[in-house]
Design a protein around this ligand. Structure first.
Ligand code: PLP
Length: 396
């Protein structure tokens, strides 16, 4: 066996920096998606991305069970080898019509979708301009593409425009952005990005992982909310967050989806999602479209949560109605300590540390869900405010 001392040493380093990660044992509560069971105790789950509270929806579970019986437990191979089972065609047609696009293509998950899509669209001679805080799967997709990877300062349109001018002779220029930034809860200026992409003839890829289901008249995402969906070249969305299930998709032109079917390696060289997951997602899409009260509820809860923290002089960042509510604490150590103290109040909210976020901006990322009751959120607020006061006291 190869000597693994180098790994052990570097893991010790991470521990010293409060950046060591391990996977805790936890179980989703069987009835309510807003709770988690850890060490036999029910905790308020403020860590997950189940923004609409769909992860325990009985209609979605029923659709999955029915498909399990009808279609089997696994896809058995890549879709290009065995073909798509019936739920795929229905889901892709529904996604295309939801986005008002010609076509849509389902991927295994959001990570593979970004990786495969960006690497298939960009290549040598191209430039990809990417917001500095874009998700790791976007960063990895660009690296894999072999295009020139240029990061612009977070949300900085002036910087982006200067880069568009600088690289105007590139074979093709792509701009890629998260619609809502996963660790900051703030929004990309999509209207302005559309104006820039049109001015400089660039392609625009928008990842709606944390905005799908929440924004837009039918939950299509932030681009639809801001009225610029028609101008986006590549819409990306995930099903593991607001949809409560698993998987991801690209929506756009038929040419784009044909290109990705031929070029996106994670789609071509990986086993397709189990048909039951696709059937569950189709059911979730219907619920996202019909039950808009879920999105209204979580957006209002986010506004209230942010303003209650502000009243208690606890600053948060992000769009006022975004269910991702980060509280910056600075060092990894203090974020980890705060998260552990929250656990003592039966609240699970993850400490987010480098390399996920830049150094000295470690934070608690409170994640709200339509599954949380008003009472649960009020109790959480009380505990957080009390803990922050105690922290201030000990810091003095
Ligand atoms: C912006 C963004 N894109 C993509 C992903 C990956 O999605 P998935 O969890 O479906 O792999 C994430 C996950 O956190 C994300 O935040």
């Amino acid at each position: 066996m190869m000597n693994q001392a180098w790994m052990a040493e570097q893991l010790e380093e991470l521990k010293l920096q409060s950046q060591f990660r391990k996977i805790p044992t936890a179980q989703l509560a069987s009835e309510a998606s807003g709770q988690l069971i850890r060490n036999g105790q029910a905790m308020l789950n403020m860590s997950s991305n189940d923004y609409l509270g769909l992860s325990h929806h009985s209609a979605i579970a029923a659709a999955m069970e029915e498909s399990l019986q009808a279609d089997g437990v696994g896809a058995g191979a890549s879709r290009l080898i065995t073909g798509s089972s019936a739920p795929y065609a229905k889901l892709e047609a529904a996604l295309a019509s939801w986005h008002g696009c010609e076509a849509a293509l389902v991927f295994g998950n959001g990570y593979m979708c970004n990786l495969g899509t960006i690497a298939a669209l960009a290549g040598r001679g191209d430039v990809v301009l990417s917001d500095r805080l874009n998700h790791a799967s976007i960063v990895d997709g660009i690296q894999l593409s072999r295009a020139e990877h240029v990061r612009y300062r977070h949300l900085d349109l002036g910087h982006l425009e200067s880069l568009l001018i600088k690289h105007r002779d590139a074979r093709r220029i792509w701009i890629v952005t998260d619609a809502i930034f996963s660790m900051d809860g703030d929004a990309a200026p999509l209207q302005e990005l559309v104006a820039l992409k049109q001015r400089y003839g660039a392609g625009l890829i928008v990842d709606e992982a944390h905005s799908g289901g929440i924004y837009g008249p039918q939950g299509q995402g932030l681009a639809a909310e801001l009225g610029v969906a028609h101008a986006i070249d590549v819409h990306i969305g995930t099903f593991g967050k607001a949809f409560g299930v698993y998987g991801a998709y690209v929506a756009g032109s038929a040419t784009l989806c044909n290109w990705l079917t031929n070029k996106a390696r994670p789609l071509i060289y990986s086993t397709a999602l189990p048909p039951s997951v696709v059937a569950g997602t189709l059911s979730a899409l219907g619920i996202v479209q019909r039950e808009r009260w879920r999105s209204e509820r979580v957006r209002m809860a986010a506004q209230r949560f942010r303003s209650s923290l502000a009243e208690a002089e606890i600053p948060t960042i992000g769009r006022s109605d975004c269910p991702i509510v980060p509280v910056i604490l600075g060092s990894s150590e203090s974020a980890l300590r705060f998260s552990q103290q929250l656990e003592q109040h039966q609240i699970l909210a993850a400490a987010i540390r480098p390399p996920t976020v830049p150094g000295h901006t470690s934070r608690i990322r409170f994640s709200l869900s339509a599954a949380h009751s008003e009472l649960e959120l009020n109790q959480a607020l009380q505990a957080i405010i009390q803990m922050a006061k105690e922290k201030e006291h000990t810091d003095e």
